[in-house]
Design a binder for this molecule. Structure first.
Ligand SMILES: [Zn+2]
Length: 251
């Protein structure tokens, strides 16, 4: 995962510095570089869970959400440091993939949104999340006593691990995300969906931000998704029981 990429980057930089010795030093550096890179490539899947997830999911018949509707945008937050861990943890996973059953609902959500707000679109932050990455995330929140937010990978995982959940927001006609009161992955009570009127009353979020969340939930519910009380951005395409009984874990 992130450590895999970082290691290669660091070793490459160190080897580049060795080139100032020239001659046999240059040859030695290149040989060492290749050897270490090969070792990392061989060991990475075991050490960091790095695999070509894009190829695996494509082969399994999962759907790249950008192919559903040209309006749908993706900012895969875990492929960048722009997430609650502050690190990129997706390696070999560059697209937002969904199981076809969930993908069909997402396409419907975009159509409903377009009807309600012409020019507005869905912006996907996360979709299918393989179990090795889930395990890394679970251990990260475990250290911070926030496991409530990440499903336990050793207890059949969560719906993201089956391709049956999606994290997303809405962008306006200029491509700007609507204000929702908190950023994506803000693991605190301000992101809760069950007490938004109180959040408005206490000045934690504005009326406009609450209304934007209501718009997102309305659109997603009409398309067949369900919501959770802890995260305004998270939507499930089936129940936990159905995911376990009917769908296959991505591991
Ligand atoms: Zn989620």
């Amino acid at each position: 995962m992130f450590c895999f990429n970082y290691s290669i980057y660091t070793i490459n930089c160190q080897m580049q510095n060795c080139f100032i010795f020239g001659g046999s030093g240059k040859w030695f550096s290149r040989a060492m570089n290749l050897t270490i890179l090969s070792l990392l490539l061989i060991c990475a899947p075991f050490v960091c869970g790095a695999q070509d997830w894009d190829a695996i999911l494509s082969e399994r018949g999962f759907v790249d959400v950008t192919t559903l509707d040209t309006a749908i945008r993706v900012h895969l937050a875990y492929a960048t440091p722009d997430n609650f861990m502050g690190k990129a943890v997706y390696v070999g996973l560059t697209k937002a993939w969904l199981h076809p059953d969930a993908a069909g609902k997402l396409a419907k959500a975009q159509q409903i949104l377009r009807r309600e707000r012409p020019g507005y679109a869905l912006l996907v932050y996360d979709a299918t999340r393989p179990i090795p990455i889930q395990r890394y995330m679970y251990n990260f929140v475990k250290e911070k006593n926030k496991t409530y937010y990440v499903a336990n990978p050793d207890k059949k995982g969560g719906r993201h691990n089956y391709g049956m959940a999606v994290d997303l927001t809405i962008i306006d006609r200029d491509g700007q995300p609507l204000p929702m009161g908190t950023p994506f992955d803000f693991l605190s009570m301000e992101a809760n969906t069950d007490k938004e009127d109180a959040l408005v009353k206490n000045g934690k979020i504005s009326k406009e931000e609450r209304d934007n969340r209501l718009l997102l939930r309305r659109v997603m519910r009409q398309a067949g998704f369900t919501t959770v009380t802890s995260e305004w951005w998270h939507f499930n395409a089936c129940s936990a029981q159905t995911a376990i009984a009917k769908y296959r874990l991505v591991e």
